[in-house]
Ligand binder design. Structure first.
Ligand code: PGA
Length: 248
């Protein structure tokens, strides 16, 4: 049985004062729960996340990582640096990075490799835009995005990674994929991995992301190939995030 994981993506939100309240509530609310919880916070707050969450069951991580190990790359943050701050996870290839910062499939694959080299578990985000869904190419898009990583580093690397299917049209829009729509893509992703390695596919955690809320989480997480969620907006409200964890 695959364990459920609920990971928060804070995006570019937070302040030292607000984070302290949020992290304390999450930490207190998480104790004794079976699902694994994680928060992916902005870089400047990693030290705060570490001191607030150390010794708890809640993991933390970054939202991006450099595609190089080190060097003259002004403004970039390496996998080793994230590891030094105790990160377990890092988001790779979030659709906002792909769309707003021009990250190609190749760049995303290089980031995935660097994350694993530093001992982090990448949460690799995949997903189609509305135009791509309407054009009937959802399967082709997610297969291409996933294929770039498999080509770069091999299918076995997925045994040390998490995938997140996030339809771009559902992110921050209040429009969730229906449980069946999400399940269909999750099953397709798992089948694609199984073509190369059935054992890796059956152990692979595939999260759903895109307007997950306490009100829709239970139905989504009940689907056979949905192993938890990547939560944006609702991860900034402790009660909502914990309710989503309870649903998992
Ligand atoms: P959302 O964001 O839950 O606010 O839709 C999800 C994400 O971007 O990871």
């Amino acid at each position: 049985m695959r364990a459920k994981l609920v990971a928060g993506n804070w995006k570019m939100y937070g302040s030292l004062a607000a984070n302290l309240t949020l992290l304390t509530r999450i930490k207190d609310g998480a104790s004794g729960r079976r699902c694994v919880l994680a928060v992916c916070v902005p870089f400047p707050y990693l030290a705060q996340a570490r001191s607030a969450l150390a010794g708890s069951s809640v993991a933390w991580g970054g939202q991006n990582v450099a595609e190089h190990a080190q060097g003259a790359f002004t403004g970039e943050v390496s996998g080793e640096m994230l590891a030094e701050f105790g990160c377990r996870y890092v988001l790779v290839g979030h659709s906002e990075r792909r769309a707003l910062y021009g990250e190609s499939d190749r760049t995303v694959a290089a980031k995935f490799v660097q994350a694993q080299r530093a001992g982090l578990t990448p949460i690799l985000c995949l997903g189609e835009t509305l135009a791509e869904r309407d054009g009937g190419i959802t399967a082709a898009v997610v297969t291409r995005q996933l294929g770039a990583v498999i080509d770069a580093t091999g299918v076995a690397s997925l045994s040390r990674a998490v995938l997140a299917y996030e339809p771009v049209w559902a992110i921050g829009t209040g429009k969730t994929a229906s449980p069946q729509q999400a399940q269909d893509v999750h099953a397709l992703i798992r089948a694609r991995v199984a073509e190369s390695d059935a054992a890796v596919a059956s152990e692979l955690q595939i999260l759903y992301g895109g307007s997950v809320k306490p009100g829709n989480a239970r139905e989504l997480f009940a689907m056979p190939d949905i192993d938890g969620g990547l939560i944006g907006g609702a991860s900034l409200v402790a009660e909502d995030f914990l309710a989503i964890c309870a649903a998992a």
